[in-house]
Design a protein around this ligand. Structure first.
Ligand code: AMP
Ligand code: MG
Length: 464
């Protein structure tokens, strides 16, 4: 059962998430709903539960980790299938270990905004319905106030949920879990000769596609431990994540990750590594090592074809040519050398006019080495000449895939600091901006700006 918090108040809600469970978002501001989604009142027919998991943290087996500080309230039947509602930070559970079962307002706002921003970017993710707060203090590096985030997903089962039963040598529980997941979420796999092998292959495929999306938008998860990997291929557990600003392929967004295991450049191979950990856990069900390896073999081709598709779209290219890979590689090398802002670069590239290099200033001015940009732009132009679209058609298409607005750390920080003073307007405004990341939103131009100097001191680290 959730543990009530004193005098909970409304912080934020996502109307788009509410629509998925057919809830009127206005209701979420009412005391009954605030109580419900703080865990202060539990529906009379609900049987809340917490689900234990284990996992590999930073590549090392870490044993039992917890339950995500999450209490599942139940599921809502929707047109698109059942949706689970869970409270994050609603108090101690049997798996809380040394933790207090609470979440702070700061990290709850980050998770809330990023979940909804990712959904708007078209990236598979868990959703965030709302946040409530309470002035009850929780001890972290300093005393902070508590919050409860209500998350939604068809399932929160993780790779680590399977590893838990595998490492405990509990094959019956492992099978029950796998059968549940297949029945509920991958029913088409029941037809396969080896449904467990097919499950591994399908999860591997989805994971590869999800990470291709991350790379294409410059998203860094920060803690790609196996317990943060969703069995549905959803982006899960938003902690020290970041969106790439000045491009550095080795960028590490998690202050705790000193080795850079989860750097931007490493994410694709870590995704594959995590699928191996899942494969290991499913091996007793799959039966044969070669079958497991074959299932895992889908990762690289799936990732390669998805990232290829996404990069072509980002550059406004409709045809696929052999030489395109070299064009992409040269582009990333140039972005890296010039520390170009990831989001602004792709957005401004859309304004390029094939026959008018003298009008390149918007994108060209992002580079310190203008001559190097001109050289790359010449090869891009040559490539564009082989395409059929006009400049304006290409720009329209590029603007639909290259966001103007992403959740930059400093934007979240501004909203958090206001919220800590009980002003929640900036959280709502930022959500509104991020819900339409591809629109120009002239009135919100400032939200597309480069980070201010003070933001270079911002650091984010693990669980809080
Ligand atoms: P994370 O690094 O955020 O993925 O944390 C790993 C796991 O540790 C979480 O999923 C929780 O189960 C547990 N945990 C972290 N913080 C707390 C807390 N304050 N109270 C209870 N459990 C926690
Ligand atoms: Mg986690």
């Amino acid at each position: 059962m959730p543990t009530p918090l004193p005098a909970p108040y409304f912080v934020a809600a996502s109307a788009k998430a509410a629509a998925l469970v057919e809830l009127d978002p206005a209701l979420l501001q009412q005391p009954d709903f605030i109580a419900l989604f703080t865990g202060n009142a539990v529906p009379h027919d609900a049987k809340p539960l917490s689900a234990v998991y284990s996992g590999h943290q930073f590549g090392v087996w870490a044993g039992q980790l917890g339950d995500g500080r999450a209490i599942l309230l139940g599921e809502v039947a929707t047109a698109a299938g059942p949706m689970e509602l869970q409270l994050k930070g609603a108090g101690l559970t049997p798996y809380s270990r040394m933790g207090d079962g609470r979440a702070v307002l700061r990290s709850s706002i980050r998770e809330f905004l990023c979940s909804e921003a990712m959904a708007a970017l078209g990236i598979p993710t868990t959703r965030a319905l709302m946040i409530t707060g309470s002035d009850q203090g929780v001890m972290r590096e300093t005393v902070e106030t508590s919050a409860v985030a209500t998350r939604m997903a068809p399932s929160f089962v993780r790779f680590g949920s399977f590893e838990h039963w595998f490492y405990r040598d509990k094959p019956d529980e492992l099978r029950i879990l796998a059968d549940y997941v297949i029945n509920a979420f991958y029913p088409q796999l029941m037809q396969e000769t080896n449904p467990y092998k097919a499950l591994l292959a399908e999860v591997t495929r989805r994971t590869a596609r999800m990470i291709a999306h991350w790379q294409a938008v410059g998203f860094m998860h920060g803690v790609m431990n196996t317990d943060n990997m969703s069995i549905l291929g959803l982006t899960l557990d938003y902690g020290p994540f970041g969106f790439m600003e000045a491009f550095d392929s080795q960028h590490i967004c998690n202050h705790t990750d000193q080795q850079g295991r989860y750097s931007y450049a490493n994410q694709p191979q870590i995704g594959h590594w995590n699928c191996f950990a899942l494969g290991q856990a499913l091996l007793p069900l799959i039966g044969d090592v070669e079958d497991a390896q074959e299932a895992l073999g889908v990762y690289e081709p799936e990732f390669a074809s998805k990232i290829d598709e996404l990069l072509h779209a980002k550059l406004g290219l409709q045809q696929f040519k052999d030489e395109d890979r070299a064009l992409f590689e040269a582009m990333f090398a140039l972005m890296h050398d010039n520390h170009v802002d990831f989001t602004q670069f792709f957005r401004k590239l859309g304004q390029l006019q094939v026959a008018q290099p003298e009008r390149d200033a918007p994108v060209r001015d992002l580079f310190i080495d203008r001559a190097a940009f001109d050289a790359w732009a010449a090869s891009y132009r040559a490539r564009l000449l082989q395409e059929q679209r006009s400049d304006s058609e290409r720009r329209l298409a590029m603007d639909l895939v290259n966001p103007k607005y992403v959740l930059r750390n400093y934007l979240a920080q501004v909203a958090i600091e206001k919220a800590q003073n009980r002003d929640f307007t900036e959280v709502a405004r930022l959500l509104e901006v991020l819900e339409h990341p591809f629109d120009e939103q002239v009135e919100h131009e400032a939200y597309a700006a480069l980070p201010p100097d003070w933001a270079s001191h911002l650091e984010v680290s693990c669980s809080s």
